[in-house]
Design a protein around this ligand. Sequence first.
Ligand code: FE2
Length: 430
Amino acid sequence: MRERMTMLLIRNATLPDGRTGVDLLARDGAFEAVAPNLPQPEGAQVLDAQGWLVSPPFVDAHFHMDATLSYGLPRVNASGTLLEGIALWGELKPQLTQEAIVERALRYCDWAVAKGLLAIRSHVDVCDERLLAVEALLHVKRQVAPYLDLQLVAFPQDGVLRSPGALDNLIRALDLGVDVVGGIPHFERTMGEGARSVRLLCELAAERGLRVDMHCDETDDPLSRHVETLAFETQRLGLQGRVTGSHLTSMHSMDNYYVSKLIPLMAEARLSVVANPLINITLQGRHDSYPRRRGMTRVPELMAAGLTVAFGHDCVMDPWYGLGSGDMLEVAAMGLHVGQLTSTTQMRGCFDAVTTNAARVVGLERYGLEPGCRADCVLLQARSPVEAIRLRAQRLAVVRAGRVIAHAPPATAQLALAGRPPQVDFTSGH
Ligand code: FE2
């Protein structure tokens, strides 16, 4: 007998575009109808959204799952810098086992699901003869596939040219099924070598029909201009719309005149941009006294120029960052503050940076709340995307392919005050 697929009817949702009183019907894993007052099909499970916000799930466009939850192993980053983090990861690498990477990654994916984060692009370090992390994360990718889309980037942490054997290892990782070509031009020995690494990695991606996502110019050095080469190679090789520049923190410190030429070139190449606010604000500016730079790339200007800009979490409890919980609303809130993105449109843009924009960066198909999309969504205890950011809203329910895979009670506090309401939930009301 054919297994009966479940039907889920979500009643009375508010959508990110502001529509209220909307029902969403999921059948056979996909949204079938999204409209007010849908009839209830026989046998459908009903989820009453009570007017709360239903959003497509969160997407993290930039993460390091091979390092996550390793905080303190073998020691803590004392200086707090990117470079000590890389050195620390180098100390930890020989001690890693596949079992430990898999266990930590799966634990993180549990957190992600509970936070409504159902798609992650993770870089995986390929500077290791054994490709231990690659094999571990390919295993994790298969294991979590029913509930989380994990996309992997072949990331030569120690420099594809600077680290002996790194290019061969990167190609082996792609052969094993890693999806995207990564790079780290600012960590190569010279600016020239950095530019050469961008060229050869983009050529490799073009040959194989793959996307590119490079750690690019993750430095406070205003003369780190590899993003210029990345945009040029993207156009030369016809990779428009398939290439992402991650971090781009040097843009924070660049000369305004140069940036006025650079951003149009990036737009022409249809580069995507991923800023990692929590990490940029903590790792950058470490060589400054005061004033101390924020380090995040020029998000408002890049958004205004029409580039697709996403926010990534980058790190959770690893050699670079001791905090985090997989909460993309925390990421959005930090991006909003660091970038001073306080207009209504900009605040809304910060929500898009961890949902629709991130989905575009990763190239997710069938993402959204329209009929035909996979029935993935998150029910947030908020009335709007901006309120969701303000409250880091509780994830009341997380739905994957029409099935509730996580849920949590509303976040409320009980009051014992004469003449005042018995409880508060911090939302602004209808
Ligand atoms: Fe990163």
